[in-house]
Design a protein around this ligand. Structure first.
Ligand code: DI6
Ligand code: FE
Length: 400
């Protein structure tokens, strides 16, 4: 067997489900052909050759990390609102007074596509520096046809500018745009009839914010019915600030993921398990909003729901550009095990973006995306706070 490139002598956390836990392989090798994994294991096939051999010197290797829930494309910031919250205002009172998401909408509408790409790249580079090789990016700060498409194009452009895979989600149902304050129904109709059809080809999924100050379950149903009619999978921001049956709603539509879930109950957890919907936990938002309700991790675990972990990087509720910090927060604040948190930024994150067939584990046939760590034990990735232990990163077989 001839490999384009071979890495050997490492401790592999394969995340292969046919193996236990993180699927550790001691003194293992990964062989790559044409950007894909052609061999993973401890005993190389006889007579192998390779264009290049890279010695791992005992380092830990994981699949490239996947940040499966971000709002990476936006203009400006909301540091002023952060200060207001520090003085006692809440996310909801700020939004009700005309701040919040719509203030980012105004700035994002005014920004050019090139400006959106440039500011997103600055944040993306921080994620990549920690071994991320795939991200999801949502629209949702445009809230009109042109601006939503501009955001999606900017998200797609990231893939051309860096060695990373980008999955896009149309989040036109993020909040009501100011010009529709008195015409909710008309805005939902616009999303259903104009924005979703126009986003086909640019969006890989459709997301919505089901929340008392965003969209009702019935409005989300209209959006999801349109998504399904256009062949797009759905995801949902569910039960974050208020308990609204969001998990059940996501499950009803066989959503790829239900995200946040701070206020999900046992019935919601069972519904997610039955639907095979991934629970995406976002400790950055929980932390930055000083939320007092945690997602029901014990219930999710007991029900057998797969759990992913992501940054939710956005200018309002989660100004977090470090997926390793999200891993640390997931174990410290939410009580995930180290194995669960690491599976949450690899295997389960791949499922949440609908790409488990292509990435998220070290298995033959998948993209050769590797994160090589100056660490030997997986726990080290969760243990340090603010230390980036990445040694190097490989995207589709190319060291980068
Ligand atoms: N939930 C969140 O945490 C973000 N969006 C959402 O639906 C917040 C986005 C923002 O505040 O800008
Ligand atoms: Fe979000």
């Amino acid at each position: 067997m001839h490999f384009d490139r071979l890495w050997r002598g490492g401790r592999l956390a394969t995340l292969d489900e046919s193996r236990e836990g993180l699927g550790l392989v001691e003194d293992g090798a990964v062989g790559c052909v044409g950007g894909r994994i052609a061999f993973v294991g401890a005993v190389l096939p006889e007579g192998w050759t390779a264009g290049e051999v890279i010695e791992l010197e005992g380092r830990l290797v994981t699949p490239g990390l996947i940040d499966c829930h971000t709002h990476l494309v936006f203009a400006g910031d909301r540091a002023d609102e952060f200060e207001m919250r520090l003085r006692g205002e809440t996310y909801e009172t700020i939004a009700a007074a005309g701040g919040g998401i719509v203030s980012t909408v105004a700035r994002t509408r005014a920004a050019s596509e090139a400006e959106l790409v440039a500011t997103a790249l600055e944040r993306l580079d921080r994620l990549l520096a920690e071994g991320v090789t795939a991200i999801e990016v949502k629209s949702g700060y445009g809230l009109d046809l042109d601006s939503e498409l501009k955001m999606l194009r900017a998200a797609r452009a990231l893939e051309d500018a860096r060695s990373v895979s980008v999955a896009t989600s149309l989040l036109a149902a993020h909040t009501l745009p100011p010009e529709h304050r008195d015409s909710r129904e008309a805005y939902v109709s616009k999303v259903v009839e104009k924005i979703i059809p126009a986003a086909v080809g640019l969006a890989d999924a459709v997301d919505a914010f089901c929340e008392s100050n965003a969209f009702t379950p019935d409005e989300v149903r209209r959006v999801f019915d349109a998504a399904k009619a256009h062949g797009l999978p759905v995801r949902l921001h569910a039960d974050q600030r208020t308990a609204g049956g969001g998990a059940q709603l996501a499950a009803e539509y066989g959503a790829l993921s239900a995200d946040h879930l701070e206020r999900t109950n046992a019935a919601g957890a069972r519904a997610l398990a039955a639907a095979g919907t991934v629970a995406v936990l976002l400790p950055g938002a929980f932390y930055a909003l000083r939320d007092e309700e945690k997602p029901p991790v014990a219930l999710l675990r007991a029900a057998g729901v797969r759990m992913a972990v992501a940054t939710d990087c956005n200018p309002g509720s989660s100004p977090l550009t470090s997926l390793l910090t999200a891993v640390n927060m997931a174990v410290i604040l939410f009580g995930l095990t180290v194995d669960e948190a690491l599976a949450g930024v690899t295997r389960e994150a791949a499922r949440a973006i609908g790409r488990w067939d292509q990435m998220g584990s070290l298995e033959v046939g998948k993209a050769c995306n590797l994160a090589i760590w100056d660490a030997t034990r997986p726990v080290e990735l969760a243990y340090w706070l603010g230390r980036n232990s990445l040694h190097s990163r490989v995207f589709q077989g190319e060291p980068s």
